[in-house]
Write a protein of this length. Structure first.
Length: 286
């Protein structure tokens, strides 16, 4: 089976390749199964099916022959690396949420999972909330969970900050903005609206012929051409309006970065990022 188009993370450890497969067909991605593949001969060793499909299932490996990952509903699984057995699972909301973020395993023996409060169709709306949840690696015990302003669609990072012996976990939250330049949006809108233009024109001609005065009027070809051009112009204006409406949403996407104490979950600091009014990473459009 194929893997979802936006879900192609591949990880490997101790001779085992871990990859998602069986396309979930969820808005461009998702994998219903996670496979363990022998890195030497490519043979499948085990097949694990999570409760909810995974998205970017980047396995986090430990030194005890296990690894952890999360599904798109922020449910975390600890799985045997060489046999695919489930040791424990924690979290999740019964499939009601979606995040393409992931789980990390800190050197302090704590797992941190990213989440959003709603499903994928709401990922483009800021302010709907998300969270970061910490689990104990050994048994999946919930240690703490903290809410964020926006959905979390990335990975947390845990470590020791400069001149600080305490461990800190940092997460960024923010809705997923429209990641297409205005030229691409305009082109897609024109492809959608222009092909039916001749049909609209024929309907207009038919409507004009149905007017009481139309039988007495001769068909004037240049007037018909003008009406066709008028219909095309209306379609172009509609495409331009839709493009403007799309691009106008970009400056309304706030985001923030929050640092928590890795052990207790208490907030260490919070920073609201300045609005980034581009549709790609810095430098890509210059």
């Amino acid at each position: 089976p194929s893997t979802g188009g936006d879900s192609k993370y591949v990880t490997a450890h101790d001779g085992i390749v871990v990859i998602g497969t069986d396309n979930a067909n969820q808005f461009g991605g998702g994998s219903r199964h996670v496979l363990g593949i022998n890195a030497t001969d490519g043979k499948m060793i085990w097949d694990f099916q999570p409760d909810t499909p995974t998205w970017n299932n980047m396995g986090m490996f430990s030194h005890d022959d296990t690894f952890v990952l999360q599904d798109w509903d922020a449910r975390v699984y600890r799985i045997g690396l060489h046999n695919g057995s489930l040791l424990w699972k924690s979290g999740g909301t019964g499939g009601r949420t979606w995040s393409d973020g992931g789980t990390i395993l800190g050197a302090n023996g704590i797992i941190y999972a990213a989440s959003a409060n709603f499903h994928q169709d709401a990922a483009g709306f800021p302010g709907l909330g998300g969270g970061l949840t910490a689990y104990r690696h050994s048994d999946g015990e919930l240690l703490w969970t903290r809410a964020t302003k926006h959905g979390v669609y990335t990975w947390p990072v845990a470590g020791q900050l400069h001149d600080d012996e305490r461990w800190t976990v940092v997460i960024a939250s923010g809705a997923i903005p429209p990641c297409r330049a205005w030229r691409n949006v305009l082109f897609e809108e024109l492809k959608k609206l222009l092909p039916p233009a001749p049909i609209y024109w024929l309907l207009l001609e038919f409507a004009l012929r149905m007017l009481p005065s139309s039988p007495k009027r001769r068909f004037v070809w240049w007037q018909a051409v003008l009406r066709l051009l008028f219909v095309i112009l209306l379609c172009c204006l509609a495409a331009g309006y839709n493009t403007r409406a799309w691009v106008a949403t970009i400056p309304t996407f706030p985001a923030d970065i929050v640092a928590f104490d890795a052990e207790t979950g208490s907030t260490r600091w919070h920073y609201d990022l300045p609005i980034f009014e581009k549709v790609a990473a810095r430098g890509d459009e210059e």
